[in-house]
Design a protein around this ligand. Sequence first.
Ligand SMILES: [Mg+2]
Length: 231
Amino acid sequence: MTVEAVLFDWGGTLSVHSDVDLLDMWRAAARVLAPDDPEPVASELLAAEERWWRESIAVGDRSGTTEDLVRSVALETHLDVAGALRAYHDAWEPTVEHDPAAVPVLRALRERGLRTGLLSNTHWPRELHERWLAEAGLLDLLDARLYTSGMTHMKPHAQAFRALLDAVGVEAARAVFVGDRLRDDVSGAQAVGMRTVHLTGRPVETWDVVPDAELVTLDGLVELVDGWRAA
Ligand SMILES: [Mg+2]
């Protein structure tokens, strides 16, 4: 098999999943929007986010932004949406950690002349993701970086995967997708004809799909790809 590109999910794949209290993240925004009584606003924001993910998936994995979310809750209050977004994003900052294997793995793939890319299901803005990747030394190791907050659809929608393939300029049959979610990553990438690697390091929702390979973490990925290229 010819492999010309190895493409990645971000959360739980290049980054390490951490058990963040989502309500705590929204508390940071609520303290800006409603300093005198933040708790009900924090609950409302969390409920809005959960509703947003549910409804977005239900209508065919339509995408959106954190700003839409915060505005939907702040609509009638005319409060400081920009400040709330800043506070919310700042609250996430210390929770972000990348897999130490990400840099050496991406370097090794590029040394082999392979294209690399990223496709993340996210309502956070591109600038935030790019800053985190730059700080981790990953930004320049990824030829294409797509965030669904700036796209019409999320994974597993075929449009999201096709946009990534177009961005790296590689046919689906010559691309490998690596991710930790069976529905979003494995089923979506497989449906457009990509080879898939499922990272099994943490429990995720089950889905009726069989990946081409399983690894616990990114360790072993380069050897796996080498094996496919030699076959
Ligand atoms: Mg993920």
